[in-house]
Design a protein around this ligand. Structure first.
Ligand SMILES: [Zn+2]
Length: 120
């Protein structure tokens, strides 16, 4: 993704509200119209995605096992809930920080978007 202005998802949709314009529905923040193919919800999601954010559904986990571990990614990612100083995350047994996980996940999503944008 090319550099985009750093704005939050909230800023992206601020001012975009559904309003009645005559007999039709429109957007207070732009020229979106209910007469088009895009739903208002899809309009808001598009505005957020255009700022470089992604909306994803997080995978569900199975909850803590008997040993206080939560397993994700078919066992490659583990969250240890038994630590005296809080939970810790591990990838293939190596402890990693939440910031690393978040940054890596964002890089995966960016790669997925680049590939999909290049699809015919
Ligand atoms: Zn709008």
């Amino acid at each position: 993704m090319s550099a985009t202005k750093q704005i939050t998802p909230e800023q992206a949709i601020d001012g975009h509200e559904l309003e009645r314009i005559g007999h039709d529905l429109g957007c207070t923040g732009c020229n979106w119209s209910a007469l088009g193919d895009e739903s208002f919800a899809a309009h808001l999601v598009r505005l957020i995605r255009e700022t470089g954010h992604e909306i994803v559904r997080l995978p569900e986990d199975e909850g803590e096992d008997y040993y206080g571990q939560v397993w994700l990614d078919e066992g490659d990612i583990r969250v240890d809930c038994t630590g005296t100083h809080g939970r810790t995350a591990h990838i293939n047994g190596v402890e990693v920080r939440p910031n690393y996980l978040r940054r890596t996940a964002a890089e995966f999503l960016a790669a997925a978007r680049l590939v999909e944008e290049g699809l015919p």
